[in-house]
Design a binder for this molecule. Structure first.
Ligand SMILES: [Zn+2]
Length: 359
Protein backbone atom coordinates (compact mmCIF):
# COMPACT_ATOMS: atom_id res chain seq x y z
CA UNK A 1 0.00 0.00 0.00
CA UNK A 2 1.57 3.19 -1.11
CA UNK A 3 0.02 6.44 -2.33
CA UNK A 4 1.31 6.89 -5.86
CA UNK A 5 0.82 9.12 -8.83
CA UNK A 6 -0.44 7.73 -12.10
CA UNK A 7 -0.11 9.02 -15.64
CA UNK A 8 -3.07 11.09 -16.78
CA UNK A 9 -5.05 9.19 -19.39
CA UNK A 10 -7.65 11.76 -20.31
CA UNK A 11 -5.82 15.04 -20.74
CA UNK A 12 -8.54 16.88 -22.67
CA UNK A 13 -10.41 17.60 -19.42
CA UNK A 14 -7.28 19.20 -17.97
CA UNK A 15 -6.75 22.95 -18.39
CA UNK A 16 -2.95 22.60 -18.69
CA UNK A 17 -1.00 24.49 -21.31
CA UNK A 18 -1.07 22.62 -24.63
CA UNK A 19 2.72 22.74 -24.99
CA UNK A 20 3.25 20.83 -21.72
CA UNK A 21 4.63 17.37 -22.54
CA UNK A 22 1.98 14.73 -21.78
CA UNK A 23 4.42 12.54 -19.85
CA UNK A 24 4.94 15.33 -17.32
CA UNK A 25 1.29 15.23 -16.25
CA UNK A 26 0.38 13.03 -13.30
CA UNK A 27 -2.72 12.73 -11.21
CA UNK A 28 -2.81 11.21 -7.74
CA UNK A 29 -5.70 8.94 -6.77
CA UNK A 30 -8.67 9.36 -6.82
CA UNK A 31 -8.42 11.86 -9.67
CA UNK A 32 -6.77 9.35 -12.02
CA UNK A 33 -9.70 6.92 -11.75
CA UNK A 34 -12.82 6.29 -13.79
CA UNK A 35 -16.15 6.14 -12.04
CA UNK A 36 -18.20 8.41 -9.83
CA UNK A 37 -17.65 9.88 -6.39
CA UNK A 38 -19.65 8.16 -3.63
CA UNK A 39 -20.15 9.83 -0.25
CA UNK A 40 -19.59 7.58 2.75
CA UNK A 41 -18.88 7.38 6.46
CA UNK A 42 -16.69 4.64 7.91
CA UNK A 43 -17.19 5.34 11.61
CA UNK A 44 -20.52 5.38 13.52
CA UNK A 45 -22.35 3.39 16.18
CA UNK A 46 -25.76 1.86 16.93
CA UNK A 47 -27.47 0.18 19.90
CA UNK A 48 -25.45 -2.93 19.00
CA UNK A 49 -22.64 -1.23 20.94
CA UNK A 50 -22.67 2.23 22.56
CA UNK A 51 -24.87 4.11 20.08
CA UNK A 52 -28.36 5.30 20.96
CA UNK A 53 -30.41 4.25 17.90
CA UNK A 54 -30.92 0.95 16.09
CA UNK A 55 -28.87 -0.13 13.07
CA UNK A 56 -31.91 0.42 10.81
CA UNK A 57 -32.31 3.97 12.17
CA UNK A 58 -28.59 4.63 11.62
CA UNK A 59 -28.89 3.55 7.99
CA UNK A 60 -32.03 5.70 7.55
CA UNK A 61 -30.27 8.74 9.05
CA UNK A 62 -27.42 8.58 6.51
CA UNK A 63 -29.79 7.86 3.62
CA UNK A 64 -31.79 10.98 4.52
CA UNK A 65 -28.57 13.02 4.42
CA UNK A 66 -27.77 11.80 0.90
CA UNK A 67 -24.91 9.45 1.76
CA UNK A 68 -24.26 6.58 -0.66
CA UNK A 69 -22.77 4.15 1.86
CA UNK A 70 -21.69 3.63 5.47
CA UNK A 71 -19.70 1.17 7.51
CA UNK A 72 -21.57 0.78 10.80
CA UNK A 73 -18.52 0.32 13.02
CA UNK A 74 -19.97 -0.89 16.32
CA UNK A 75 -17.39 -1.72 18.97
CA UNK A 76 -16.05 -5.27 18.71
CA UNK A 77 -15.76 -6.09 22.42
CA UNK A 78 -16.57 -8.89 24.89
CA UNK A 79 -19.27 -6.72 26.51
CA UNK A 80 -21.11 -6.55 23.17
CA UNK A 81 -20.72 -10.31 22.51
CA UNK A 82 -17.86 -10.02 19.96
CA UNK A 83 -20.47 -9.44 17.24
CA UNK A 84 -20.31 -7.51 14.01
CA UNK A 85 -23.44 -5.60 13.02
CA UNK A 86 -24.88 -7.12 9.84
CA UNK A 87 -26.13 -4.22 7.71
CA UNK A 88 -26.32 -6.16 4.45
CA UNK A 89 -30.14 -6.32 4.49
CA UNK A 90 -30.30 -2.55 3.92
CA UNK A 91 -28.29 -2.60 0.70
CA UNK A 92 -30.10 -1.63 -2.48
CA UNK A 93 -29.34 0.06 -5.80
CA UNK A 94 -28.89 3.53 -4.31
CA UNK A 95 -27.29 2.83 -0.93
CA UNK A 96 -24.89 0.21 0.35
CA UNK A 97 -22.96 -0.81 3.43
CA UNK A 98 -19.58 -2.26 4.27
CA UNK A 99 -19.43 -4.75 7.13
CA UNK A 100 -16.97 -3.63 9.77
CA UNK A 101 -16.23 -2.73 13.36
CA UNK A 102 -14.21 -0.57 15.71
CA UNK A 103 -11.47 -2.76 17.20
CA UNK A 104 -9.74 -1.92 20.49
CA UNK A 105 -6.10 -2.53 21.20
CA UNK A 106 -5.94 -4.83 24.27
CA UNK A 107 -5.53 -3.41 27.76
CA UNK A 108 -7.27 -0.82 29.90
CA UNK A 109 -8.24 2.64 28.68
CA UNK A 110 -5.31 4.97 29.14
CA UNK A 111 -2.05 6.11 27.60
CA UNK A 112 -1.02 3.95 24.68
CA UNK A 113 -4.44 2.42 23.96
CA UNK A 114 -5.83 2.96 20.47
CA UNK A 115 -8.88 2.14 18.40
CA UNK A 116 -8.93 0.88 14.82
CA UNK A 117 -11.63 1.08 12.19
CA UNK A 118 -11.86 -2.11 10.13
CA UNK A 119 -14.15 -1.81 7.08
CA UNK A 120 -14.67 -4.99 5.07
CA UNK A 121 -14.54 -7.67 7.77
CA UNK A 122 -16.29 -11.04 7.41
CA UNK A 123 -19.28 -11.46 9.77
CA UNK A 124 -17.54 -14.41 11.45
CA UNK A 125 -14.39 -12.47 12.35
CA UNK A 126 -13.07 -14.26 15.46
CA UNK A 127 -13.00 -12.59 18.91
CA UNK A 128 -9.72 -11.14 20.16
CA UNK A 129 -7.48 -14.04 21.07
CA UNK A 130 -5.80 -14.46 24.45
CA UNK A 131 -2.58 -12.46 24.40
CA UNK A 132 -3.24 -10.95 20.97
CA UNK A 133 -1.56 -7.56 20.64
CA UNK A 134 -2.91 -4.48 18.85
CA UNK A 135 -0.58 -4.93 15.85
CA UNK A 136 -1.52 -8.65 15.63
CA UNK A 137 -5.23 -7.78 15.72
CA UNK A 138 -4.76 -5.18 12.97
CA UNK A 139 -2.86 -7.72 10.87
CA UNK A 140 -5.59 -10.32 11.32
CA UNK A 141 -8.27 -7.75 10.31
CA UNK A 142 -6.33 -6.79 7.23
CA UNK A 143 -5.67 -10.41 6.28
CA UNK A 144 -9.44 -10.99 6.61
CA UNK A 145 -9.92 -8.30 3.93
CA UNK A 146 -10.41 -5.09 5.90
CA UNK A 147 -9.30 -1.53 5.24
CA UNK A 148 -7.75 -0.59 8.58
CA UNK A 149 -7.61 2.95 9.93
CA UNK A 150 -6.41 4.51 13.17
CA UNK A 151 -9.36 6.33 14.75
CA UNK A 152 -9.37 9.65 16.67
CA UNK A 153 -5.63 9.85 17.49
CA UNK A 154 -6.25 13.36 18.85
CA UNK A 155 -8.73 12.03 21.42
CA UNK A 156 -6.20 9.41 22.57
CA UNK A 157 -3.23 11.82 22.24
CA UNK A 158 -1.61 9.01 20.26
CA UNK A 159 2.06 9.31 19.38
CA UNK A 160 4.10 7.34 16.86
CA UNK A 161 5.75 5.45 19.72
CA UNK A 162 2.30 4.17 20.85
CA UNK A 163 1.98 2.50 17.44
CA UNK A 164 5.13 0.39 17.56
CA UNK A 165 4.71 -2.66 15.35
CA UNK A 166 1.40 -1.46 13.88
CA UNK A 167 2.34 -2.21 10.29
CA UNK A 168 -1.13 -3.23 9.03
CA UNK A 169 -2.50 0.29 8.81
CA UNK A 170 -4.05 1.87 5.70
CA UNK A 171 -5.22 5.25 7.01
CA UNK A 172 -5.33 7.77 9.82
CA UNK A 173 -8.56 9.56 10.76
CA UNK A 174 -7.33 13.12 10.27
CA UNK A 175 -10.62 14.62 11.44
CA UNK A 176 -13.30 13.20 13.78
CA UNK A 177 -16.28 15.53 14.05
CA UNK A 178 -17.73 13.95 17.21
CA UNK A 179 -14.44 14.27 19.09
CA UNK A 180 -14.05 17.82 17.83
CA UNK A 181 -17.49 18.81 19.10
CA UNK A 182 -17.16 17.03 22.45
CA UNK A 183 -13.48 17.47 23.28
CA UNK A 184 -11.92 19.98 20.85
CA UNK A 185 -9.46 17.24 19.82
CA UNK A 186 -10.85 16.09 16.49
CA UNK A 187 -7.58 16.70 14.63
CA UNK A 188 -5.49 13.67 13.72
CA UNK A 189 -3.46 15.25 10.94
CA UNK A 190 -0.52 15.81 13.29
CA UNK A 191 -0.04 12.05 13.60
CA UNK A 192 -0.37 11.43 9.86
CA UNK A 193 2.33 14.07 9.28
CA UNK A 194 4.65 12.47 11.84
CA UNK A 195 4.20 9.04 10.25
CA UNK A 196 4.71 10.39 6.72
CA UNK A 197 7.87 12.16 7.87
CA UNK A 198 9.11 8.80 9.19
CA UNK A 199 8.56 7.24 5.76
CA UNK A 200 5.26 5.48 6.54
CA UNK A 201 2.66 5.72 3.78
CA UNK A 202 -0.97 6.11 4.73
CA UNK A 203 -4.23 7.68 3.60
CA UNK A 204 -6.42 10.29 5.30
CA UNK A 205 -10.05 9.64 6.29
CA UNK A 206 -12.57 11.85 8.10
CA UNK A 207 -15.64 10.62 9.99
CA UNK A 208 -18.43 11.85 12.25
CA UNK A 209 -18.22 8.95 14.78
CA UNK A 210 -21.94 9.51 15.44
CA UNK A 211 -23.41 7.77 18.49
CA UNK A 212 -26.77 9.58 18.09
CA UNK A 213 -26.71 10.70 21.71
CA UNK A 214 -28.75 13.76 22.66
CA UNK A 215 -27.00 16.76 24.13
CA UNK A 216 -25.08 17.95 21.08
CA UNK A 217 -21.95 15.88 21.68
CA UNK A 218 -22.08 14.38 18.24
CA UNK A 219 -23.85 15.17 15.01
CA UNK A 220 -24.55 12.83 12.15
CA UNK A 221 -23.12 14.10 8.87
CA UNK A 222 -20.25 16.13 10.34
CA UNK A 223 -17.43 14.62 8.19
CA UNK A 224 -17.12 12.02 5.46
CA UNK A 225 -15.07 10.58 2.60
CA UNK A 226 -15.70 10.84 -1.14
CA UNK A 227 -14.67 7.57 -2.79
CA UNK A 228 -14.19 7.27 -6.55
CA UNK A 229 -15.36 3.87 -7.65
CA UNK A 230 -16.69 2.25 -10.84
CA UNK A 231 -19.88 1.37 -8.93
CA UNK A 232 -21.56 1.26 -5.53
CA UNK A 233 -20.76 -2.44 -5.21
CA UNK A 234 -19.24 -2.98 -1.71
CA UNK A 235 -16.28 -4.90 -3.18
CA UNK A 236 -15.51 -2.07 -5.61
CA UNK A 237 -15.76 0.50 -2.82
CA UNK A 238 -13.39 -1.53 -0.65
CA UNK A 239 -10.87 -1.88 -3.49
CA UNK A 240 -11.08 1.89 -4.06
CA UNK A 241 -10.45 2.55 -0.35
CA UNK A 242 -7.44 0.26 -0.29
CA UNK A 243 -5.91 2.02 -3.28
CA UNK A 244 -6.46 5.51 -1.85
CA UNK A 245 -9.11 6.52 -4.40
CA UNK A 246 -10.83 9.01 -2.10
CA UNK A 247 -10.52 12.30 -0.29
CA UNK A 248 -11.93 13.39 3.07
CA UNK A 249 -14.07 16.42 3.85
CA UNK A 250 -16.37 18.20 6.24
CA UNK A 251 -17.54 20.67 3.59
CA UNK A 252 -15.53 21.56 0.47
CA UNK A 253 -15.08 19.46 -2.66
CA UNK A 254 -11.82 18.68 -4.44
CA UNK A 255 -12.59 18.27 -8.14
CA UNK A 256 -9.15 17.49 -9.53
CA UNK A 257 -5.45 17.57 -8.73
CA UNK A 258 -2.89 17.50 -11.54
CA UNK A 259 0.88 17.46 -11.19
CA UNK A 260 2.31 19.38 -14.13
CA UNK A 261 6.08 19.05 -13.90
CA UNK A 262 7.01 20.97 -10.75
CA UNK A 263 3.57 22.53 -10.24
CA UNK A 264 0.50 21.07 -8.56
CA UNK A 265 -2.81 22.34 -9.91
CA UNK A 266 -5.86 22.08 -7.65
CA UNK A 267 -9.49 22.43 -8.81
CA UNK A 268 -12.02 22.75 -5.98
CA UNK A 269 -15.28 24.25 -4.77
CA UNK A 270 -14.79 27.93 -3.79
CA UNK A 271 -12.06 28.11 -1.15
CA UNK A 272 -10.69 30.80 1.13
CA UNK A 273 -7.32 29.02 1.39
CA UNK A 274 -5.71 26.19 -0.56
CA UNK A 275 -2.47 24.84 0.84
CA UNK A 276 0.02 22.12 -0.01
CA UNK A 277 2.26 20.78 2.74
CA UNK A 278 5.13 18.32 2.93
CA UNK A 279 8.04 17.24 5.15
CA UNK A 280 9.28 19.69 7.76
CA UNK A 281 7.90 23.16 7.14
CA UNK A 282 7.62 22.78 3.37
CA UNK A 283 4.37 24.52 2.45
CA UNK A 284 2.69 26.61 -0.23
CA UNK A 285 -0.63 28.42 0.12
CA UNK A 286 -2.95 30.83 -1.61
CA UNK A 287 -5.72 32.85 0.05
CA UNK A 288 -8.78 34.50 -1.46
CA UNK A 289 -8.46 37.67 0.66
CA UNK A 290 -5.67 40.04 1.67
CA UNK A 291 -5.10 41.01 5.30
CA UNK A 292 -7.41 44.01 4.86
CA UNK A 293 -10.28 41.88 3.55
CA UNK A 294 -9.99 42.84 -0.12
CA UNK A 295 -10.24 39.86 -2.48
CA UNK A 296 -7.25 38.69 -4.50
CA UNK A 297 -7.73 38.25 -8.22
CA UNK A 298 -6.12 35.97 -10.78
CA UNK A 299 -2.53 37.17 -11.17
CA UNK A 300 -2.35 38.81 -7.71
CA UNK A 301 -0.58 35.95 -5.95
CA UNK A 302 3.14 35.45 -5.38
CA UNK A 303 5.96 33.39 -6.87
CA UNK A 304 5.24 30.11 -5.10
CA UNK A 305 1.50 29.88 -5.67
CA UNK A 306 -0.83 31.27 -8.31
CA UNK A 307 -4.58 31.77 -8.35
CA UNK A 308 -5.85 30.51 -11.70
CA UNK A 309 -9.61 31.04 -11.25
CA UNK A 310 -11.97 32.48 -8.66
CA UNK A 311 -15.70 32.69 -7.97
CA UNK A 312 -17.35 35.33 -5.71
CA UNK A 313 -17.10 32.84 -2.78
CA UNK A 314 -13.47 31.85 -3.27
CA UNK A 315 -10.63 30.29 -5.26
CA UNK A 316 -11.70 27.53 -7.64
CA UNK A 317 -8.32 26.77 -9.27
CA UNK A 318 -4.75 27.42 -8.22
CA UNK A 319 -1.19 26.27 -8.89
CA UNK A 320 1.26 25.50 -6.10
CA UNK A 321 4.97 25.13 -6.87
CA UNK A 322 7.01 22.15 -5.72
CA UNK A 323 10.10 24.22 -6.43
CA UNK A 324 11.21 27.60 -5.22
CA UNK A 325 12.37 29.92 -7.99
CA UNK A 326 14.13 33.29 -7.94
CA UNK A 327 13.75 35.45 -4.84
CA UNK A 328 11.68 32.77 -3.11
CA UNK A 329 14.58 30.27 -3.11
CA UNK A 330 14.80 30.24 0.70
CA UNK A 331 11.39 28.62 0.97
CA UNK A 332 12.70 25.17 0.07
CA UNK A 333 11.88 22.59 -2.57
CA UNK A 334 10.34 19.14 -2.61
CA UNK A 335 12.88 16.40 -3.39
CA UNK A 336 12.36 12.94 -4.91
CA UNK A 337 10.65 10.68 -2.34
CA UNK A 338 9.14 13.58 -0.38
CA UNK A 339 5.41 13.47 0.38
CA UNK A 340 2.93 16.23 -0.39
CA UNK A 341 -0.78 16.66 0.17
CA UNK A 342 -3.41 19.37 -0.20
CA UNK A 343 -5.98 20.93 2.17
CA UNK A 344 -8.82 23.10 0.84
CA UNK A 345 -10.39 25.43 3.45
CA UNK A 346 -13.69 27.21 2.88
CA UNK A 347 -14.55 30.70 4.23
CA UNK A 348 -16.52 29.06 7.09
CA UNK A 349 -13.46 27.01 8.13
CA UNK A 350 -14.71 23.67 6.74
CA UNK A 351 -11.93 21.63 5.09
CA UNK A 352 -11.23 18.93 2.52
CA UNK A 353 -8.12 16.77 2.87
CA UNK A 354 -6.41 15.04 -0.07
CA UNK A 355 -4.47 11.85 0.39
CA UNK A 356 -0.67 12.16 0.43
CA UNK A 357 1.46 11.32 -2.58
CA UNK A 358 5.20 10.92 -2.91
CA UNK A 359 7.32 12.43 -5.64
ZN1 LIG B 1 -16.15 5.21 17.44
Amino acid sequence: MRPVSHPVENVETSPVAPEAPANRLLRPAPFDRDGAFYKGNLHCHSTRSDGAISPQEVVDAYRRLGYDFICLSDHFEAEYGWKLTDTSTWRDGSFTTLIGAELSSPGPVGRGKYWLGAAGLPLDFAPVLDGETGPELARRAREAGAFVSLLHPGFNATTVSDLKGLDALDAVEVYNDGVQRAHDRGDGLYLAVEMLNEGRDLFCIASDDAHFISGGLDAVGGAWIMVRSPSLDPGCLLDALKSGAFYASNGPEIHDIVVDGREVEVHCSPAEVVCMTGPGCLARSVAHHRWDGSPLKVGDSGELAHIEATAPEGITCCRLLLESPGDAADWGVWSPGDWWRVTVTRADGKRAWSNPSRL
